[in-house]
Design a protein around this ligand. Structure first.
Ligand SMILES: [Fe+2]
Ligand SMILES: [Fe+2]
Length: 292
């Protein structure tokens, strides 16, 4: 467990508040279906905006290079037991939104809707499975991690922050901001070193990537690992850290993103009908038990 108090652990009413905010920043092209206009988004008096703002203040303040190393050591040894995929979804679904239990979909519904949207467009089965698994890392919240160490846009640590990351002004409170090892354009990295050599802020993306890295094709692994790295895949930042492989993989990350953001539907898919397909899919690629 961490040393943070309750308001610091859970600034958001639910994890969905982060995703709703991403949707306002990157609305579906052509569809003005988004409930709020740009002006409303800019309205900082809106209480929902305040929680998201506070969430990013904490995220940008505490996600230091050292914090990330500590979390990697804590979680990437996978010492928290094993679960079947189906047990894991049940576990993940214990994450409930206490602010609005009736209108929000549970975590599994979001995963299933993402997977179904990918399948409906005829993409390969491993990408459907990637959609089904991509937010499994949110179980970090159930292990007591603060929301800002589970969700939120991810970014490289150990080098200067892009000003295209949402709320960049909050980085000035991060100790790395004034640390000469970490605050130059390249920081601890080499030009063109490739994202595989870059440490990202800690969250659900890296955790699920590490959990599944032996079981999905490289393209799917990029989707898992970088799906919240909006400064890269939406803003085109950090080009100087990329290598040719990253540039090749970017199109897969971009292919995935709309299914994550725009597949939410209040009508739940018929799980009883879908179940045999997904059971076979999980069995095809994943081991009998996942390590947490
Ligand atoms: Fe996610
Ligand atoms: Fe998602």
């Amino acid at each position: 467990m961490s040393n943070f108090d309750k308001p610091q652990l859970n600034p958001l009413g639910s994890l969905d508040e982060w995703e709703d905010d991403v949707l306002l920043r990157y609305p579906e092209p052509g569809a003005i279906a988004a409930a709020k206009t740009t002006e409303e988004y800019r309205n900082y008096d809106d209480p929902a905006r305040d929680t998201v703002r506070e969430f990013y203040r904490l995220n940008h303040t505490f996600q230091t290079y050292d914090f990330v190393q500590q979390k990697r050591a804590e979680y990437l040894a996978f010492t928290r037991g094993e679960k079947t995929v189906w047990e894991a979804f049940g576990f993940l679904n214990q994450l409930v939104d206490d602010s609005d239990p009736d209108t929000d979909l549970d975590q599994f519904q979001h995963l299933l809707q993402t997977a179904e949207a990918i399948r409906a467009d005829g993409h390969p089965d491993w990408m459907v499975l990637t959609g089904l698994m991509h937010d499994m890392g949110k179980v970090l919240c159930l292990f007591g991690e603060p929301q800002w160490a589970v969700v939120g846009d991810t970014f490289p640590v150990g080098c200067a922050y892009s000003d295209k990351i949402v709320y960049p002004e909050f980085f000035s409170a991060n100790p790395d901001f004034d640390d000469p090892r970490f605050n130059t354009r390249l920081g601890i990295y080499q030009e063109g070193c490739g994202l595989r050599n870059v440490t990202m802020s800690w969250g659900h993306d890296e955790y699920v990537y590490q959990m599944l890295k032996d079981h999905l094709p490289e393209e799917g692994l990029y989707m898992l690992r970088y799906h919240s790295f909006y400064a890269w895949h939406r803003e085109g930042e950090y080009g100087y850290l990329l290598d040719d492989h990253d540039r090749k993989m970017l199109r897969w990350v971009n292919l995935f993103n709309p299914y994550d953001l725009y597949s939410k539907n209040p009508v739940a898919p018929n799980w009883n009908e879908l179940r045999p397909y997904y059971e076979a899919l999980v069995e095809k690629y994943l081991p009998a038990r996942l390590k947490f």
